[in-house]
Design a protein around this ligand. Structure first.
Ligand code: HEM
Length: 238
């Protein structure tokens, strides 16, 4: 059952930041909070059809599946990011995760009250479009090694850019300056890396072993430590 209590201040999400607090406080009770266990799909109650959701804590993988069960991951969402159920992708918690969600009907009414919200939606959809274009270009023109390097690069950049993360003490979104080790540690399994770079697990393992011998990274259980970002950058266009 969704838990409606203990909802955070919506202004902590980049999507809502700076909007009038009267608007955010009015709509806050319409949001629901939901906890999702690691590797479980996000499922919303049928009574709240077609929702948009915001990641509050953890990470959410956005994937599409082929008829024979192959997975292609288009994004891994971090705290503060938003996505929609009607995108028809499967959203899965990569780790213990909490999301806030809102019905599309309520979101539409919220936008009716705030043209700025509609502008922000256009910005989010533009970012999704750019990300999709990048994926298409990568798949059409680049080798697996270059695609894998780009997955690492995007993950590291996204960690760097992410200033809004969850503060476990207060169970709320809070600002924190990431340390250099945050930038270089990529918590993804070989399987997830394969799904993100449109290749097989075996190809990922081969490329990682090669780069490990070159001192670019080191692999540990469930994570990859980037040791030399400059050398990794050289791989982006190979
Ligand atoms: C890949 C991601 C997405 C896809 C493919 C997608 C697709 C669509 C489609 C096809 C429609 C038209 C639906 C219809 O009229 O029948 C639509 C409408 C809409 N989408 Fe998305 N969407 C995506 C992401 C998002 C996100 C992240 C948000 C919110 C943050 C969002 C908010 C909306 C809204 C507000 C409407 C208008 C709904 C209405 O007024 O009826 N979408 N989207």
């Amino acid at each position: 059952m969704p838990n409606r209590s203990d909802l955070p201040d919506l202004g902590l999400f980049p999507f809502f930041r700076g909007l009038p607090s009267s608007l955010l406080e009015f709509w806050r009770p319409r949001f629901n909070r939901q906890r999702v266990s690691k590797r479980q799909p996000l499922r919303f109650p049928p009574s709240c059809s077609d929702v948009i959701f915001f990641v509050l804590l953890g990470k959410v993988k956005i994937s599409y599946y082929s008829e024979d069960g192959k997975e292609f991951t288009v994004a891994i969402l971090s705290p503060g990011e938003v996505y929609s159920e009607h995108s028809l992708a499967l959203a899965t918690a990569v780790e213990e995760t909490e999301v806030l969600y809102l019905s599309m009907a309520d979101f539409r009414s919220m936008m009716d009250e705030s043209p700025e919200l509609a502008r922000r939606l256009i910005r989010v959809l533009g970012q999704i479009l750019r990300m999709t274009n990048d994926l298409v270009i990568d798949l059409a023109f680049r080798e697996a090694a270059s695609r894998l390097a780009r997955v690492f690069w995007r993950t590291v950049q996204s960690e760097k850019n992410q200033r809004m993360i969850l503060n476990p003490e207060s169970s709320d979104l809070a600002r924190r300056s990431p340390t250099s080790s945050d930038y270089c540690s990529v918590h993804l399994t070989h399987e997830e890396l394969a799904s993100l770079s449109g290749t097989t697990r075996q190809t990922v393992s081969e490329i990682l072993s090669h780069w490990e011998r070159q001192g670019i990274l080191s692999t540990q259980r469930g994570q990859v430590l980037i040791l030399n970002l400059d050398r990794l950058e050289e791989k982006l266009d190979t």
